[in-house]
Design a binder for this molecule. Structure first.
Ligand code: TYD
Ligand code: MG
Length: 457
């Protein structure tokens, strides 16, 4: 066991431990992120057990009766979907996001809904960041002040664990894990050692008592949950709450989920009375679209199990710099470079004298390669200053030889487009089997980018 005053040097980025200080972390390659931390004598240790010998563990066959996962609905459909169909007892959910994005608001709303439900579950909201009055003020603003949520302001993990040990909690929110403190660990709150030790204590308790634990985590400028990458490994589910400043809507995205799919998103709109669920995100993302403008097209995307239509905008203009500018908001800039290279190499387009700006309207971030074709179309439309038909959607992946590849769930995309009144679509060539399930929409199947340009001209 570590001696008192034992120092160790911990990378605040990835949690690697070194006996001596060094400028660069060998594990994650980050510079200037290693800080001295003191491990107390009785400090946090996974192995401070009294037993000197281990017990023999029992092995079982792979088949056998499964434990039934009971799920508790939060009353917020979008949150239920992202968490895989409701909260699993004893599971731990880490909610990350920029300051001010709405994490506390979302969790307070969820707590109130669960506490208000007829089966009267006990719900605890422990704030280390805000005073009781501030949380009350928010509850009042949200119209939730009558809800039987148990509220406390504390940062001492020992007090929290002792209190919860005696409770009958079903859901516990810790807002935020970076403010929590375990006094055996002699480093500041928010440091990797402290966050890890506090989380470990809370997670152990959640598993033993069978309550669902929400940990709120701050996000660094680089977008990772602050300090402890290690924390992501300790929890069952990691959700990111994101949104662009100046836009009202917020996306809740699962990046890890032991109890469900990870590509699901939940869409919310931040209003004066809190977060409101958005059942039809496509209509919201397309609300401000103006038809008949060059450089704009509608991409029929899929996020998790749900189709989402978004507008992709490109602006191509002659450059006044030595090297042309490429700026992307909401999409991968490497992917844009690839699409542009394919257009140049396979179609002979000259883009080297053009600045190119690409924007996913509304602030959604998309990662599907299926957006390639829509991006290419937006660029071509802006370059030629010719608008696309306003009632057309596009999807398809572009390969390096210029071929347009099939993407997943084409009929789901087309159905959504049809529902929103789109009359035509550009798609990759599809198999006959897919065609049967098609909806009433005019489809142009295009096999490569050269043909796309011919079709457009
Ligand atoms: P908050 O939940 O405190 O964010 P986080 O916990 O992620 O830091 O959200 C604060 C922001 O949300 C703040 O800028 C005000 C805004 N807001 C609304 O627009 N409407 C509301 O009803 C509430 C409670 C907050
Ligand atoms: Mg907060």
């Amino acid at each position: 066991m570590a001696k008192k005053d034992n120092k160790q040097y911990v990378c605040q980025n990835c949690g690697s431990v070194y006996p001596k200080w060094q400028g660069k972390c060998d594990a994650c390659g980050e510079w200037n992120c290693i800080e001295e931390e003191i491990i107390g004598g009785e400090g946090f240790s996974n192995f401070n057990s009294k037993r000197s010998k281990g017990r023999v563990i029992e092995f079982v066959p792979l088949s056998g009766a499964q434990e039934h996962l009971s799920r508790l609905s939060t009353g917020i459909k979008e949150l239920d979907r992202v968490s895989g169909g409701g909260l699993v007892a004893g599971s731990v959910i880490l909610v990350g996001g920029d300051p001010g994005i709405g994490k506390s608001t979302l969790l307070l709303q969820a707590c109130a809904k669960i506490a208000d439900s007829p089966n009267g579950k006990e719900v605890y909201y422990i704030s280390g960041e805000e005073a009781i009055d501030q949380v009350r003020l928010r509850a009042k603003r949200l119209g939730l002040e009558q809800s039987p949520v148990k509220l406390a302001s504390s940062t001492e993990i020992k007090d929290i664990v002792t209190t919860l040990e005696k409770s009958n909690a079903a859901v516990v929110v810790i807002d935020s894990i970076q403010t929590m403190y375990l006094d055996e660990v002699e480093s500041t709150p928010g440091s990797v050692t402290q966050v890890r030790a506090c989380s470990y204590e809370l997670i152990k308790l959640a598993k033993r008592k069978g309550f669902t634990l929400f940990l709120v985590g701050h996000v660094t400028k680089q977008g990772a949950i602050a300090g402890p990458r290690v924390l992501e490994h300790m929890v069952d589910t990691v959700l990111y709450f994101e949104g662009e400043r100046g836009h009202h809507f917020r996306i809740l995205r699962a990046v890890k989920n032991r109890y469900g799919a990870t590509d699901e998103i939940g869409v919310f709109e931040m209003q004066d009375q809190g977060l409101v669920e958005v059942e039809n995100p496509s209509a919201l993302f397309l609300a401000e679209r103006q038809g008949n403008i060059s450089g704009s097209c509608v991409f029929a995307g899929v996020e998790g199990s749900r189709p989402v239509l978004v507008e992709i905008q490109a602006l191509v203009s002659p450059t006044s710099y030595a090297s042309p500018k490429r700026a992307v908001v909401g999409w991968d800039s490497n992917r844009l470079s690839m699409v542009l290279a394919v257009l140049e190499a396979r179609c002979g387009m000259n883009l080297s004298s053009q600045d190119i700006y690409l924007n996913i309207a509304g602030g959604l971030r998309i990662s599907e390669p299926a957006a390639d074709l829509a991006v290419a179309m937006a660029v071509i439309s802006s370059l030629t200053n010719k608008p696309l038909p306003a009632d057309m959607v596009i999807f398809g992946e572009i390969g390096l030889s210029g071929e347009i590849r099939a993407v997943s769930q084409p009929s789901l995309r087309l159905k959504e487009a049809n529902k929103l009144g789109f009359a035509s679509a550009i798609t990759p060539p599809t198999h006959a089997k897919e065609k049967k399930s098609r909806v009433d929409i005019n489809i142009y199947e295009i096999g490569n980018v050269q043909r796309l340009i011919n079709w457009f001209n």
